[in-house]
Write a protein that binds this ligand. Structure first.
Ligand code: C5P
Length: 227
């Protein structure tokens, strides 16, 4: 099987729509590779921040992105992310690093620098790609493309629940506001804006369970003849 024949399920959409959980479950169920492209932007933002590089210094940040010394280590509790030997699995999930990620993601040279690294995840038997531009830029030939959304209020409530369950205090209105601001930035940026691919299937998960979303995507995978 050549790289181009290796099937890809491209799952795009705004943060909090459930892409991460859905993609992790599908990857485990199918035994396919998982590409968490947001993690690459988060790691780039964190690495640039740690090196004291200004986030609007496009060429310096893109050099960091091109040379990232990062490893993804699958464990029984999920994938651990190791940046220059340091376990940053939890650090990259903070709101602060999410904001760094969204700033570096707006730089075209950074997106270019991460493009091949993302395509390198395409290996048999298949890959589930989680991101914002998987179906529109990175894997335009993906046989299954999904655009997963949910209302900003519902995404805010999900994030609030996640944080409070971890003992982290949070304000629901502030979270919803942050989500709206990030959507706005991601949808209106000049390069690779967040939008569904023309051939993507739209799934609104506002009143759906994770299981229902996974079932719906699995049906698309079956219909496409991938399993
Ligand atoms: O998905 P996640 O919340 O981890 O992504 C963090 C940020 O990285 C997003 O807000 C977005 O700005 C950026 N991103 C992107 N393209 C992707 C994945 C993430 O621009 N494919």
């Amino acid at each position: 099987m050549t790289d181009q024949q290796t099937p890809v399920i491209a799952v795009d959409g705004p943060s909090g729509a459930g892409k991460g959980t859905v993609c992790a479950r599908l990857a485990a169920a199918l035994g396919w590779q998982l590409l968490d492209s947001g993690a690459l932007y988060r790691i780039t933002g964190l690495a640039a921040g740690r090196k004291g590089i200004a986030l609007d210094d496009e060429s310096a940040v893109s050099r960091i992105a091109a040379a990232l010394d990062v490893r993804f280590e699958p464990t029984s509790e999920g994938v651990r992310v190791i940046l220059e030997g340091d376990d940053v699995t939890t650090t990259i999930r903070t709101e602060e690093v999410g904001s760094l990620a969204s700033q570096v993601a707006a730089l075209p040279a950074v997106r270019d620098a991460l493009l091949q690294r993302q395509r390198d995840f395409r290996a048999p038997p298949g890959v589930i790609a989680d991101g914002r531009d998987m179906g529109t830029v990175v894997f335009t030939d993906a046989p299954v493309k999904v655009f997963l959304t949910a209302s900003a209020e519902e995404r805010g409530r999900r994030r609030y629940k996640q944080l409070t369950e971890k003992g982290i205090s949070a304000s629901l209105p502030a979270l919803i506001e942050d989500i709206r601001a990030r959507d706005e930035r991601d949808s209106n940026r000049a390069v690779a804006p967040l939008k569904p691919a023309q051939d993507a299937v739209l799934i609104d998960s506002t009143s759906m369970s994770i299981e229902e979303v996974c079932d719906q995507v699995m049906n698309l995978v079956r219909t496409a003849g991938l399993i």
